[in-house]
Design a binder for this molecule. Structure first.
Ligand code: BGC
Length: 731
């Protein structure tokens, strides 16, 4: 009895001493900052340096001795990529990493619905969490400057306000899963041509008003835990180690306390990497070898050269401590957080989310003679024509290429909706195979493909053409820009030829970029579907059939021709640059800001999108006619669904100031609201706008300033279709 008691007492005292020994950094009840300082105090200089550079293609070291896990990241912003080999870009060929592909981010932006962004972030965050990722390499919020940029499909359109409103809930959704979102590419990565060295020059106003707001919102409102530097230079310094961008703007002005990760191969020298705000270096081929299996991670700019510099006193220990602190903070917020929920992977809920977002993203561009919707049974023979109907659009495109659990193609969707016996298919045109970094034409004969499709179209009651861009090099793809605004692969000729033999044609596009449509006058219906991911085919037929009423709006303008866009209205230096410099001569007039200010009619304007129903806006009113610069204006109006089907409408509020001390865009989006209305229903819609959002960036004061005087608030269905106007005076 006595000995049992002493064993119990001994056991209890061991437990107490074990508890007493638990270091603070492992105590999840302690504030993160205390844990960070404690961990830092236990680490050697070598261990701190080891955290600051890659140890494999997609990971960097933790501190194994202390039980601090490595940092694992994964692309991308619309699906969690497959595992890669330790030291190569190639797939590791695991059998358990096929993900759900959510729609690409232009599609998300087209929903104009922050709730969709939240659902997106939560769903993809759960997938990343299940896959044990510390960091998800996305979302991308570079502004759509030129319709030729190969990576536009990865971003959220041409308007800084829209991108800001969508990026914040996306980040919050991802991070609620205990995974750090990594907003990219900071900043000004607006083209792929010469992306590794092009030096971007632009005014402070354009920088602050157009290119930075979405990043700022990600940091200050989304509280993002990591950010990725861009490949290009800005004012002479590479963005991955750019004093102005990283030290001054991001860390000092915006108070970012997370981790700056380089883009893969975006670091170029140790001094700048140490001093100019970078925290983790990834993807560098330091020894110049392209045989990736053989270069040492220890020779990265932030590896041995950094360690040596610390030891010799060339670099301050405080610089290293700051980097290590930020990395530890991210680890304690994610993999070492007690609040980290479990994730899930390829769950039915994720498919449902992907389908819902895709449905809301689809934009109806044209619908004459009530071509759409197409009820089941209306047409006996439906000819589906076009390679994008059957081709995978989640494979290719560069780092966003996904290995998916499944992908419902448009053709599969159409067959399952309208019945196998009613659907026939012809490819019509062919692109080459999906190769990264090079172009290869298809070996199939273009004339034969076209003729076969036209013959089929003659016999059909309805033609659904499914084309657009794909994820090949020079299309919607990283590492290259498009060569023209036109449709590729002879699609224009094919569409025109089909229209000569059949009047019932619905044209459906997958693309993350604007295209020209020389055949538009003869085409009764056009639908823009972006790249919709795993549920592409299902979401498409949901809209085509009328099960879902389309409500997407364009997140960027479709110009009639390339030179109608500001970035292409000047010389080569403005786009794509002279291979050393690019000068953003259009300044703040990006996208619709240029078109509206210069009074150029687009093919389809920013914010445009039709519905199967009709909406009527009442005259808007404001709660105040005069307001102080720190006040808020409430705009109210009644929105009525005057048609026969339920639907949603995104009302957009643009601000315009005709008399100003600075040059201003004719109008700028400052608020939007998506409202669902049953057929015949009316609702009062209130939109609140803070007057601070009317500010311009005063370059001489290096500060935001709200000008006093009169402003017009323009309420519209798109940037061109303004339904009402009301003026306010700022005191
Ligand atoms: C891309 C990044 C991506 C990284 C890792 C780079 O080439 O620019 O967006 O996250 O590769 O795949």
């Amino acid at each position: 009895m006595k000995s049992t008691l002493s064993i119990i007492l001994l056991g209890a005292s061991l437990m107490v001493s074990a508890q007493q020994k638990t270091p603070v950094y492992l105590d999840v009840t302690k504030p993160i900052e205390q844990r960070v300082e404690n961990a830092l105090s236990l680490m050697t200089t070598e261990e701190k340096v080891a955290m600051c550079h890659a140890q494999s293609k997609f990971s960097s070291k933790g501190v194994a001795r202390l039980g601090i896990p490595d940092v694992w990241s994964s692309d991308g912003s619309h699906g969690v990529s497959d595992e890669k080999l330790w030291d190569e870009w190639s797939s590791a060929q695991w059998a358990n990493d096929s993900c759900t592909a959510f729609p690409a981010l232009t599609a998300l932006a087209a929903t104009f619905n922050p709730e969709m962004a939240s659902l997106f972030g939560k769903s993809i965050g759960e997938e990343a969490r299940h896959r044990e990722k510390t960091m998800l390499l996305g979302p991308g919020v570079n502004i759509y400057r030129s319709p030729l940029n190969g990576r536009n499909f990865e971003y959220m359109g041409e308007d800084p306000y829209l991108a800001s409103r969508m990026v914040v809930p996306y980040i919050q959704g991802v991070q609620s899963c205990g995974v750090a979102a990594c907003v990219k590419h900071f900043a000004l990565n607006n083209q792929e041509i010469c992306r590794g060295e092009i030096n971007v020059n632009l005014s402070d106003r354009a920088l602050q008003e157009i290119y930075l707001p979405a990043f700022k919102a990600a940091v200050q409102e989304g509280k993002v835990w990591s950010i990725m530097g861009a490949y290009n230079k800005f004012r002479g310094e590479h963005c991955c180690h750019n004093d102005l961008l990283l030290n001054k703007i991001l860390k000092q002005d915006w108070k970012f306390d997370g981790v700056v990760v380089s883009d893969w191969g975006g670091v170029h020298n140790t001094d700048e990497a140490v001093n100019n705000g970078l925290d983790i270096e990834m993807g560098t081929y330091t020894n110049g070898l392209t045989t990736q299996g053989h270069f040492p991670f220890s020779s990265y700019y932030l590896a041995d050269p950094f360690l040596k510099g610390i030891k010799s006193g060339k670099y301050e220990m405080a610089k290293l401590d700051d980097k290590a602190r930020r990395i530890l903070r991210m680890i304690f917020r994610t993999t070492m957080s007690a609040n980290r929920p479990f994730g899930r992977f390829v769950s039915p809920e994720h498919s449902e989310a992907a389908r819902k977002i895709a449905q809301e993203a689809i934009v109806l561009l044209k619908n004459e003679h009530n071509m759409l919707p197409i009820p089941v049974g209306k047409y006996k023979k439906i000819a589906v024509i076009g390679e994008n109907a059957s081709r995978s659009l989640v494979v290719g495109g560069g780092s966003t290429s996904l290995k998916v659990a499944y992908e419902v193609t448009p053709l599969q969707g159409i067959i399952s909706k309208y019945g196998k016996e009613h659907v026939v298919y012809s490819m019509g045109y062919a692109s080459g195979p999906s190769l990264y970094g090079r172009e290869e034409a298809s070996k199939l004969n273009a004339d034969s493909l076209l003729n076969a499709a036209v013959e089929l179209a003659k016999t059909a009651d309805l033609v659904i053409f499914v084309g657009g861009l794909n994820k090949n090099y020079f299309q919607d793809c990283e590492s290259g820009d498009r060569k023209s605004l036109s449709l590729p692969f002879g699609e224009d000729k094919l569409i025109a030829s089909i229209e000569q033999v059949n009047k019932n044609v619905v044209v459906v596009f997958s693309s993350g970029n604007a295209i020209t449509m020389p055949w538009l006058d003869k085409t009764p219906a056009v639908v823009q579907t972006w790249h919709l991911g795993s549920e592409a085919g299902n979401a498409l037929v949901d809209v085509l059939s009328g099960d879902v009423n389309p409500s997407g709006k364009l997140p960027f303008s479709f110009p009639k021709k390339l030179t109608d866009i500001g970035a292409h209205a000047f010389d080569k230096l403005c786009y794509p640059g002279d291979s050393v410099n690019v000068q953003y001569k259009e300044d703040i007039l990006v996208g619709y800001r240029w078109l509206e200010t210069k009074k150029i009619e687009p093919l389809f304007p920013f914010g445009y999108g039709l519905s199967y129903t009709t909406f009527v806006y009442s005259k808007p009113s404001v709660d105040v006619n005069e307001v102080k610069a720190d006040g808020t204006v409430k705009v109210s109006f009644t929105l009525t669904n005057t048609g026969k089907v339920d639907g949603a409408e995104t009302a957009q509020l643009y601000v315009s100031k005709s008399k100003s001390v600075v040059a201003r865009a004719a109008k700028e989006l400052k608020a939007f609201k998506k409202t669902f209305l049953k057929a015949g229903e009316s609702k009062t819609v209130n939109i609140e706008v803070p007057v601070s959002s009317f500010a311009y960036y005063n370059e001489s004061k290096q500060a935001w300033e709200v000008e006093s005087g009169s402003y017009s608030l323009l309420l519209g269905r798109s940037s061109r279709d303004i339904k009402g106007k009301v003026d306010v005076k700022v005191l």
